[in-house]
Design a protein. Structure first.
Length: 199
């Protein structure tokens, strides 16, 4: 294999060196220069291939990860995405403390429990503190649609929503309000963010 690459390089060099015509006195010198240049380009392509290896701080052979870099969840990715779509469809549903249906309204955990039961057939616990123990932690930069996002609004793990991508989440925030779409990095939510979890 190495010889065929070398033969191709020599043929290219001969072709380029002969470009000035048969009477060129510098043909051997030009051929050597072209071979040197081709050698440098070959080395550069080998070095550029190294950039496709995993970064050194991500251990190989560690726990499996999905395409975004987070752990694989128990709920398949397509069903988690369906949960995100269903959550988006419930935006503007009235808030109701203890609510867990579209007709009766939702509180934050009631919304999550309803969405996961309907979209993925998956039963989740009812309180935010319990939801904070479900699944595996995920860095927010690796979050995918359907992941849970947790916030500390009036104590540890007191609010939760469903991440829907692009830094946004759907949640049922407060009495008198409705289910809405907000940004995880919005001025109010960013300092209160306490983690994301993959179900």
């Amino acid at each position: 294999m190495k010889n065929s690459g070398r033969t191709r390089s020599v043929a290219v060099a001969d072709g380029l060196a002969a470009a000035d015509g048969p009477g060129s006195a510098d043909r051997a010198e030009r051929r050597a220069a072209v071979l040197g240049l081709l050698g440098l380009l070959g080395g550069a392509s080998i070095l550029s291939a190294c950039s496709t290896l995993p970064p050194p701080d991500r251990p190989t052979g560690g726990p499996p990860q999905d395409a975004e870099g987070g752990p694989p969840g128990r709920v398949p990715e397509d069903l988690a995405r369906e949960a995100g779509f269903l959550a988006l469809s419930l935006v503007d549903t009235p808030y109701r403390y203890g609510g867990n249906t579209p007709a009766g309204g939702f509180d934050c955990s009631g919304l999550i429990v309803y969405v996961y039961r309907q979209a993925a057939g998956f039963a989740l616990p009812r309180t935010v503190a319990q939801l904070a123990q479900v699944g595996l932690p995920v860095p927010i930069d690796a979050a995918r649609s359907g992941d849970l996002v947790l916030f500390d609004t009036s104590g540890r793990f007191t609010h939760a929503g469903i991440y829907v991508g692009d830094g946004r989440f759907v949640h049922a925030p407060s009495t008198g309000g409705t289910v809405r779409l907000d940004g995880v990095r919005a001025r109010y939510w960013r300092p209160r963010f306490s983690g994301a979890r993959r179900v």
